[in-house]
Design a protein around this ligand. Structure first.
Ligand SMILES: Cc1cc2nc3c(=O)[nH]c(=O)nc-3n(C[C@H](O)[C@H](O)[C@H](O)COP(=O)(O)OP(=O)(O)OC[C@H]3O[C@@H](n4cnc5c(N)ncnc54)[C@H](O)[C@@H]3O)c2cc1C
Length: 326
């Protein structure tokens, strides 16, 4: 079982799995931050009282983890202790970029550090993730021409610039070419060392056929809007003259949770993912817990803990051989 995100949802999921009798070496938590509970550390003021019935959600606990009203430090220490007591394997500084369901069941995951295979995957990434944005200012007048993903809008028959050098940047180039766009790619390095084989070959083939122009070793330092609203891109490198585009697509890492889920192929009903019993998605073996599944009202720590317990009961009910204690 691979669990994505080491917040209250992810850590309690791993603790529930251990409590159900799953061996420690069969459970892995992957966390993009340098430590667990990134959201609590970043957004909670130091002197905050962490309330057990946050947003009026009943503080009734149904699983192995539970908080009462306590300080921020006490809450973090409680999660530290859970990781230690259950001997949970958590890899920090490892962002999960792609989850691919396999036709034969199970998943492959691509992270910043490598690849994994899992029979089950639990996503507990919360709702606060955002795509990375460039450091320079983007004029507000260009907002409609700037994109951080290509899942929400169709861009066709236009002059497009993709910025980045990873798999997502290559995939955006391929997608834009298929939609009759004229595509330029700006990458700050001169070699594409991060691309997987398929994306590398596809990108090189597009370049050879003249369908993508690659500006290697280029750093954008400024954007301005041209009369007529198009984006003028200025480069740090004086060898590269300013260029004008209809659309700029940034692929600088990070994404919104919704786009992360949609890229996996999870079915949505409007803005909410379709969930079955035990928070299983439309993709068999793939679960969403914590704030991701809490709906419009939002979630709480104890709710995330309870969701983990319910997901585990559902997993054990379906495959009791997996769980010694059921
Ligand atoms: C200001 C504020 C105050 C709050 N106060 C309370 C309170 O008093 N009591 C209470 O019960 N609740 C409170 N909440 C709500 C509570 O914090 C959330 O309900 C809870 O954190 C949800 O847990 P989660 O595990 O779903 O998500 P998160 O806590 O958001 O954890 C998600 C984790 O996933 C990681 N992650 C994200 N993307 C990836 C990726 N691609 N790969 C690997 N890792 C990834 C993140 O770094 C993060 O560590 C508060 C929330 C806020 C914002």
């Amino acid at each position: 079982m691979i669990i994505i995100g080491a917040g209250p949802g992810g850590i309690s999921m791993a603790a529930e799995a251990r409590n159900a009798g799953i061996a420690g070496e069969k459970i892995l938590v992957l966390e993009k931050g340098e430590t667990h509970s990134w959201a609590l550390r970043k957004f909670y003021p130091p002197a905050k009282v962490v309330t057990a019935n946050y947003k009026g959600i009943d503080a009734v606990c149904t699983g192995v983890m539970c908080i009462t009203d306590m300080s921020k430090d006490e809450t973090l220490t409680y999660i530290d202790q859970t990781i230690e007591q259950h001997q949970l394997a958590v890899h920090y500084n490892e962002i999960v970029n792609i989850v691919r369901p396999l036709a034969t069941g199970g998943f492959t995951l691509e992270t910043s550090n490598g690849k994994y295979e899992a029979r089950r995957c639990v996503i507990a990434i919360g709702i606060l993730g955002k795509p990375n944005k460039p450091a320079y200012r983007i004029p507000a007048s260009l907002n409609k021409r700037i994109h951080y993903d290509l899942t929400s809008e169709v861009v066709e028959n236009a002059e497009c610039l993709v910025v980045g050098g990873g798999d997502t940047a290559s995939e955006y180039c391929q997608y834009l070419v298929q939609h009759d766009n004229r595509v330029t790619l700006s990458y700050r390095q001169t070699e594409f060392s991060r691309l997987n084989r398929i994306n590398h070959e596809s990108l090189m083939a597009l370049e050879q056929r003249g369908q993508v122009v690659i500006l290697r070793g280029t750093n954008i330092n400024r954007l301005e809007d041209e009369e007529g609203g198009r984006a003028v891109v200025h480069f740090e490198e004086t060898a590269f003259a300013p260029l004008t585009f209809d659309h700029i697509v940034y692929a600088l890492g990070g994404t919104t949770p919704t786009n992360f889920l949609k890229a996996i192929g999870i079915e949505f009903d409007g803005v909410a993912p379709v969930l079955k019993q035990g928070y299983e998605t439309s993709v068999p073996g793939l679960y969403l817990i914590g704030d991701l599944s809490a709906g419009k009202k939002g979630g709480s720590i104890n709710l995330a803990f309870n969701m983990a317990a319910e997901a585990m009961r559902s997993i054990c009910g379906g495959t009791p051989e997996l769980c010694e204690k059921v």
